[in-house]
Ligand binder design. Sequence first.
Ligand code: NAD
Ligand code: MG
Length: 386
Amino acid sequence: MARKISIFGATGSIGTSTLDLIRRDRANYDVVALSGAGNIALLAAQAKEFHAEIAVTAYAEKLDDLRTALAGTGIEVAAGADAIAEAAARPVSWGMSAIVGAAGLRASLALASHGGILALANKESMVCAGDLLLATCARHGTRLLPVDSEHSALFQALNGEDRQAVRRLILTASGGPFKDFSLEQMRKVTPEQAEKHPTWSMGQRISIDSASMFNKALEVIEAKYLFDCAAGQIEVVVHPQAIIHSMVEFIDHTVISQMSSPDMRGAIGYALHWPARAANPIPPLDFSSLDALGFSSPDESRFPALRLAREALEMGGHAGAVFNGAKEAALDAFTARRIGFLDMAVLVEKALHNRQIESIRDQSQATLATVQEADAAARNIVNENI
Ligand code: NAD
Ligand code: MG
């Protein structure tokens, strides 16, 4: 029987890579919902190609365009954040959460309620609401599979291992385009320079987050929730070739790593076929032509995001939502050229330590509403400080 699946953020980098895998094995899948935002032509083309039950755009003002594009197909259309959450509540056995940013949280929570598999690319859900998302999965018997390449690597390295025997989780980072820039050079970089990633092809926002290492910072927080370890057990190592996607060191000092070409279809395919392995179109590694693999420690004076992530982890409560909300607002300001590249971390630090939002930040019981409140408060602090 075909497997019922939905993809939220279908028109993005992860979404199109997911559909590329589905396309190769079309008969085995029954697509329920697809979502996008501004690219209506692509969303409509995907909905038609995969005979989706419903196509949803995040933007209310795009609903008429979507309706016109899908007229006569019998495919339902809808728009807005509530419509995305409602579409994500339609039963599926495999759901991909690949909207970018905290805007993806409601889809993640709804997909976590089906008792099937939640393939989580949207790391911001885990950063903002780790406890809430894990509790939702536990309540419904949903299996969460990480799609972030580092966390997929850790998940694979931990397969069948005793968690008590883990010494360190070592997240690899490519280092981004400014790995060797001086602080003076980093001060002047433009959004166009920041979004050109040397090894991975990704959406604009995550590419800029990779350049500032805010992406790795989010991943440190994501790893803490996913693998239930102490913050001090998570390390980051710069590995520019992006062949080793992460490593686990055990108490006997054995290190198990996962390697493959830097192509997200690897991690997506793993989550799609888990617990089995299946053929994947990513290029195989050719060890005879691989250059040496390099490793170095990240420079936290140029990349303060990692220190800030550890501070957020120590604070606990809603600090992850504050951290991410502030980071998203700072990224918006950087892409709008209202602030410089290095100002992003300065603003996130201000939000994280802001006394006015301390009580929201330190709340321990999380609901969607409290997470959204912390997210909004952090964005306000950033915007007030620009
Ligand atoms: P992208 O920008 O290419 O795509 C984002 C998707 O979200 C698009 O479908 C877009 O239409 C939709 N979207 C944008 N704003 C929205 C909103 N406000 N409401 C609803 N939908 C909205 O991003 P991406 O690179 O595919 O990343 C998606 C997620 O996966 C992010 O959380 C990212 O951190 C994570 N991720 C991506 C990669 C990668 O290689 N691209 C790797 C690891 C994790
Ligand atoms: Mg990653």
